[in-house]
Design a protein around this ligand. Structure first.
Ligand SMILES: Nc1ncnc2c1ncn2[C@@H]1O[C@H](COP(=O)(O)OP(=O)(O)O)[C@@H](O)[C@H]1O
Ligand SMILES: [Mg+2]
Length: 415
């Protein structure tokens, strides 16, 4: 009975008008506001590049890059929607296709989305890439329209399967009569250009726009616009908003991060029945987000990487002064035996250590050992308790963590 009452009161709170939020949708990632402060210039340039499509001229291909959360996706979608509205108004034969290559997952799915943009049907699987291209070209030839393709997070496409399709795509116009294709590529990875064949790069980046990170003042303006729509009047302390902006600016000027902090702070305030979002809620939100990020990152690791991380965890627990690649490898081999897996080579493990460093779960620095050369000292990049919590989800790993002394004793004896 008591539990029922508790649940009822949660429902009540959800159903009653929130004291904190007016419209929480506005803080979601996919929401595109009517105004994008501090991106006026970038938006203007994108419009200039793609506007010729309205008159059936070929637009230049455009390559956009910048760190995550700098508004690339939002700006391009914003312009694309305006362009499509305008083309409907003018009855201009313009089509557009937006694909996020990371979410699409495979090259096949990216190409079949392009086909569906020109009303060409493609089975879910099974066609050779060349065949899909033929169908795409046939579709385009019968359409006589301008097709604007946006390949968002394009680096995933290339890392997954090379740049051959991209090359084909940049050359598609050569075999088209009456229609034309232009490409907008977007990448969060600034080094992506190095992966491309120079020919692909030069045709993809006929025009190029770099989105710079936002500074704290810019993030504050962005948050203020959103907060007006998202929060009830007077429910958000100005200091809380400023803190979200400052924290996100200190990281890398990421608007998504700033919005996440604001949303989670609001949710925490609401859950505790407060009628004001304060700096304290933002601090709690920061911790909550970091915590969830780590749990999620660990959950998605391949098993061998989990074992490598587990080795670093065990070592940190017992003897953090000895944490070289070799030490970790020794424990890792023990753990593999424990779970009945064939260990990878030390070289492979060393590259797994690098990957864990990149996502921030480990941090390593190279130290000099005098005449013995140099070695890497490896430490956990996040709190031990979070890692333990993440491992507790997995029966096998949970057991390994409890086996600490034996594993470590064995590896200590050996060395
Ligand atoms: N100038 C801006 N004004 C308002 N919201 C913005 C602005 N820039 C980014 N955002 C918001 O921040 C979040 C991340 O932006 P996004 O375009 O997805 O970044 P990117 O594609 O560069 O990683 C989105 O929710 C977006 O609406
Ligand atoms: Mg994006």
């Amino acid at each position: 009975m008591q539990q029922k009452d508790a649940l009822d009161s949660i429902f009540e709170r959800m159903l009653n008008q929130s004291r904190i939020f007016r419209d929480r949708e506005v803080l979601q990632h996919h929401y595109i506001p009517n105004k994008l402060p501090h991106r006026e210039e970038e938006i203007h340039r994108i419009v200039e590049v793609i506007a010729p499509a309205l008159k059936s001229y070929k637009c230049s291909n455009l390559f956009i890059y910048g760190k995550t959360g700098t508004g690339k996706t939002a700006a391009v979608k914003y312009v694309l929607e305006r362009l499509m509205n305008k083309s409907r108004e003018l009855k201009a034969p313009v089509r557009s296709c937006y694909v996020n290559c990371r979410l699409a997952g495979t090259e096949y799915r990216v190409l079949s989305s392009l086909c569906s943009a020109v009303d060409v049907k493609v089975p879910f699987t099974g066609l050779a890439t060349g065949e899909i291209f033929e169908r795409l070209k046939d579709g385009l030839n019968s359409q006589r329209s301008s097709l604007l393709i946006v390949l968002d997070e394009i680096d995933y496409l290339v890392k997954e399967c090379g740049d051959t399709s991209l090359y084909e795509l940049t050359r598609v116009n050569e075999s088209l009569q009456g229609s034309r294709v232009s490409i907008i590529g977007i990448s969060n990875d600034l080094r992506f250009k190095e992966l491309l064949d120079p020919r692909v790069l030069s045709s993809l980046s006929e025009e190029e726009i770099v989105f710079k990170p936002y500074n704290a003042a810019e993030l504050r303006d962005i948050l203020q616009e959103r907060a007006k729509l998202a929060f009830q009047e007077g429910a958000l302390l100005e200091g809380a908003l400023n803190l979200c902006a400052a924290l996100a600016a200190a990281e890398h000027g990421d608007a998504r991060r700033a919005l996440d902090l604001l949303r989670v702070a609001g949710e925490l305030a609401e859950r505790e029945g407060a009628n004001l979002v304060t700096e304290e809620h933002v601090r709690l939100a920061e911790r909550r987000i970091e915590h969830d990020r780590v749990i999620e990152a660990v959950r998605n690791l391949p098993l061998h990487s989990k074992l490598v991380l587990c080795s670093a965890y065990l070592l940190a627990k017992v003897d953090s002064s000895r944490a070289t690649t070799g030490d970790i490898y020794g424990i890792y081999c023990e753990l593999c035996k424990e779970v009945g897996l064939e260990p990878l080579t030390q070289r492979r493990v060393s590259s797994l250590l690098n990957e864990l460093d990149v996502i921030g779960l480990l941090s390593s620095n190279v130290i000099s050992m005098g005449r013995y050369g140099r070695t890497r000292r490896i430490r956990l990049g996040v709190g031990r308790s979070v890692i333990k919590e993440a491992f507790a989800e997995d029966e096998r790993l949970k057991r390994l963590i409890d086996h600490v002394p034996r594993c470590l004793a064995a590896s200590t004896r050996r060395s």
